[in-house]
Design a protein around this ligand. Structure first.
Ligand code: NAD
Length: 329
């Protein structure tokens, strides 16, 4: 966020972010920053996430610097479980962008919509680079807030004909079915085993703490994007499935400590050296999928640089369009 701080602090609210940042913008920003991370041009700093002992809230910071894109900042926020009753979403976050030349606060950007759109962009980038070109069936495990964003972004990556879905709370599935139908895709709620047998691409986006998909249910050539596991102890798929797949991730340090790979690493069936940064595939330094039968798995843990990348797009578009508010600090 260079050259803006002298004009005053830019404020880009949630509504404006929704109007300005589309799926294509998010995809391009996330793909570019994953590439920059793999080249060593962009760094995430250690994440802080703490239970604050008040309102059952989890609060924290994700921060980083993208030297290539000249984006410095942090996302701050977390999870307030009581918010629903107050008419607010439980996840709340705000992105702070600083001028990397001076450290001056340059922009405040709403982070709620951007978190969903950047997480969906992450799995979409993995599908674009790793899924078989002839993938026809998209499997969705999860039907919460993020799932609709995931479905819309994934649907743009291949010529899918059908969506099959399973969720531990089946009453949530019809809403996801409406999204699939809205974008012209057939939708069917099926069992976990049937989903594994039918899907060419599977996205998992739940808050699970135990495996929902087992290795033997998945057919050869499947691409999985495991997006829900972003904390120590969480787990969405069988560790044996992770260990047997070719594993890619946004950031290896997070993948082994709080991502889907954590369990296979702990039980010794997956070695850290076998995990490939997706940025290496984006940069052309790794071939990605090498056969039609290979199971590829993307461990999308969610990094601060993704938030900063999409927030800087929001700030730039707001600036260019003359939409954003300004304030003097
Ligand atoms: P949500 O609360 O709207 O939906 C939760 C989903 O998980 C639903 O499908 C629900 O049925 C399921 N679920 C709830 N409790 C469960 C349990 N005990 N076992 C199995 N499934 C359970 O949440 P959301 O906003 O859609 O987020 C889904 C997940 O994605 C969360 O775990 C969140 O932390 C994670 N997330 C990851 C990233 C990332 O970058 N990787 C970003 C945002 C959110």
């Amino acid at each position: 966020m260079k050259d803006m701080s002298d004009k005053g602090l830019l404020i880009v609210g949630e509504e404006l972010c929704q109007q300005l940042v589309g799926r294509r913008d998010a995809f391009d920003a996330v793909e570019a920053v994953f590439g920059a991370m793999a080249r060593g041009d962009a760094y995430n700093f250690p994440v802080i996430r703490e239970a604050i002992g008040y309102a059952d809230a989890l609060y924290g910071f994700k921060s980083g610097f993208d030297r290539a894109g000249q984006v410095l900042g942090l996302k701050s926020g977390g999870y307030w479980p009581g918010n629903m009753d107050k008419g607010l979403t439980n996840h709340q976050s705000t992105v702070f962008l600083f001028d990397p030349d001076t450290g001056k606060l340059a922009a405040l950007v709403g982070g709620n919509y951007l978190t969903a759109v950047r997480t969906a962009a992450s799995s979409a980038v993995s599908i674009a680079h790793l899924a078989r070109k002839d993938s026809k069936v998209l499997g969705m495990v999860g039907a919460g807030h993020q799932s609709a964003f995931q479905l819309r972004a994934a649907a743009e990556q291949r010529d899918f004909e059908k969506v099959v879905a399973w969720n531990p709370h089946p009453e949530m599935l019809p809403r996801l079915g409406e999204v699939a139908n809205e974008i012209g895709l057939e939708f069917e709620a099926i069992s976990q085993e049937q989903l594994g047998a039918q899907a060419d691409v599977i996205i998992t986006i739940t808050s699970a703490f135990e495996p929902l998909l087992m290795k033997d249910w998945i057919k050869p050539g499947t691409h999985l994007a495991c997006m829900g596991t972003d904390t120590k102890g969480k787990q969405e798929v069988d560790a044996a499935l992770v260990a047997s797949a070719t594993v890619f991730t946004d950031e290896i340090a997070q993948s082994i400590s709080l991502g889907e790979a954590q369990h296979a690493v702990v039980d010794g069936t997956l070695n850290e050296e076998r995990i490939i940064p997706i940025g290496a595939v984006i940069n052309g330094d790794h071939p990605g999928r090498t056969s039609a039968d290979e199971v590829t798995l993307f461990d999308g843990t969610g990094v601060g640089l993704q938030d900063l990348a999409v927030a800087s797009v929001a700030a730039r578009l707001a600036e260019e369009g003359g939409h954003a508010q300004r304030a003097v600090l």
